[in-house]
Design a protein around this ligand. Structure first.
Ligand code: NAD
Ligand code: MLT
Length: 416
């Protein structure tokens, strides 16, 4: 099946080649946005982005044939996932491939800040031997505060713990056991700020995390270093610049900015104690190859109607489980279609029950496929991504039940 893929942020060639080898046309159009993007995307079946392209409602309106948006990386704050779901478009990211790169960059930034490496480098290149001016800080024996103990946060914690740091972490969405396994103490936000001598931020940018570290929080730190290799916007830039300038903090290291590429008047650019890099966290060869490969494979899967491993707005399935549940996905869709045709009148509820071996598996995708089968004759562009939402919007009650029995399989789907 020949499909059109539009790539609007640079990804590694390995991903582009993989898509071409699978028989798809790949067009690259970097640094486009606004009207130019809307004009270019009209025929695309897939869009590949990193953090540079803003994928909003207008993009989905303009791209009526779009099946999937692939984010070659982790953060999806530049993609309107609700709008994607409304339009039945899958959004998938590559959450594993650049974690180590991001963690290593965070460690590098920690040292760059604590030992003033870029500042000393610049002075030396200018012919100044400023040896006596840079008295650094060791990380050994210090406390690292981790805000957001997810994939990257955990890798950073492991690396810095092995360098002699004590780890405290604030993350309201993880269990004590995850923290314990890492030798980290889970604490409240305020405690984390107060105890951290180095504070590293690893949350996504959400309405909850936007600006979560500002003047009051930096004052609570009362010294030490702040490292942000997560997302600009989590830490207030004016507040951080002022805190370092006024020696409320000893220094900071920042890889990500609220607006990228960064404007010349960004307050963080002018403070000597702040080390900056242009969003380089994921910029290693290995990471770029990993994420490009992952996104190419997921796009190909979406085109083939197969489950998309890291779909964020559709049920996703573990690769090892997929072969076992694949027949049930097709069966559930067919059962949905037949049930819809047999029904005379309005649908008020859909109940999907699983018996036999299938009842041991994660059947979310099979249920979504059953709904797709039910709604297909009634709705425009319904798929496993938007079918559950269509049910919700129409007030259709969906229930899923499982019963393990010796029967080989049965998916039953009564509609009311
Ligand atoms: P993740 O989803 O695995 O982890 C994020 C963690 O933050 C989760 O454990 C979550 O529970 C926690 N969290 C959410 N809201 C929170 C809140 N209000 N307070 C405290 N914790 C909260 O994500 P990840 O893969 O670890 O990525 C972390 C961040 O790093 C993301 O913003 C991602 O975009 C960014 N990132 C940047 C680069 C780079 O190039 N600089 C590279 C990779 C990832
Ligand atoms: C990410 O979220 O994966 C990072 O921002 C890396 C990137 O794509 O530059």
């Amino acid at each position: 099946m020949h499909m059109q893929v539009l790539v609007t942020d640079p990804i590694d060639d390995v991903g582009l080649e993989r898509l071409r080898a699978a028989g798809h046309s790949v067009e690259t159009a970097y640094d486009i946005g606004g009207e130019a993007l809307l004009d270019t995307i009209t025929d695309a079946n897939a869009l590949v982005v990193r953090s540079g392209t803003e994928v909003d409602e207008a993009v989905f309106e303009a791209a009526s044939d779009l099946i999937i948006v692939g984010r070659a990386g982790i953060g999806v704050d530049n993609i309107d996932i609700d709008a994607a779901t409304e339009h039945g478009v899958i959004v998938a990211n590559a959450p594993e491939g650049n974690v180590r790169a991001a963690a290593e960059h965070t460690v590098a930034m920690t040292f760059a800040g604590a030992r003033s490496i870029p500042q000393a480098h610049t002075r030396l290149r200018a012919g100044e031997w400023a040896k006596s001016e840079y008295l650094g800080t060791e990380v050994n024996g210090k406390t690292l505060g981790v805000v957001g103990l997810g994939r990257v946060g955990q890798e950073v914690a492991k690396r810095l713990e092995s360098l002699g740091m004590d780890i405290v972490a604030y993350d309201p969405y993880i269990g004590e056991d995850r923290a314990e396994r890492l030798g980290a103490e889970l604490v409240e936000f305020e405690t984390c700020l107060k105890r951290a001598e180095f504070l590293t931020v690893h949350t996504p940018l959400t309405s909850e995390t936007a600006g979560m570290i500002s003047t009051a929080e930096l004052e609570l730190m009362g010294g030490g270093y702040l490292i942000n290799c997560a997302r600009g916007g989590v830490v207030d830039e004016d507040a951080l610049a002022a805190a370092v300038e006024n020696e409320v903090l000893d220094g900071a290291a920042v890889d990500v900015f609220a607006d990228e590429p960064v404007a010349a008047d960004n307050p963080l650019l002018d403070v000597d104690g702040i080390v900056i890099t242009p969003h380089l966290g994921a910029s290693t060869e290995a990471a770029q190859e990993n994420v490009a490969t992952s996104i190419a494979d997921q796009i190909d899967a979406a085109f083939a109607g197969a489950p998309v491993m890291n779909a964020l707005n559709a049920p996703s399935v573990d690769e090892s489980v997929f072969p076992r549940i694949r027949p049930y996905i097709d069966l559930a869709e067919t059962a949905g279609k037949i049930a819809a045709q047999l029904l005379d009148g309005r649908i008020s509820s859909v109940s999907v029950s699983y018996e036999g071996d299938i009842a041991d598996e994660d059947v979310e995708l099979a249920t979504a496929s059953a709904l797709k089968g039910v709604f297909e004759p009634l709705e425009w562009q319904v798929n496993a991504v938007n079918a559950p939402r269509i049910a919700e919007e129409r007030g259709i009650d969906v229930t899923e039940s499982k019963r393990c029995s010796r029967m080989t399989f049965r998916v039953s789907l009564p509609l009311r």
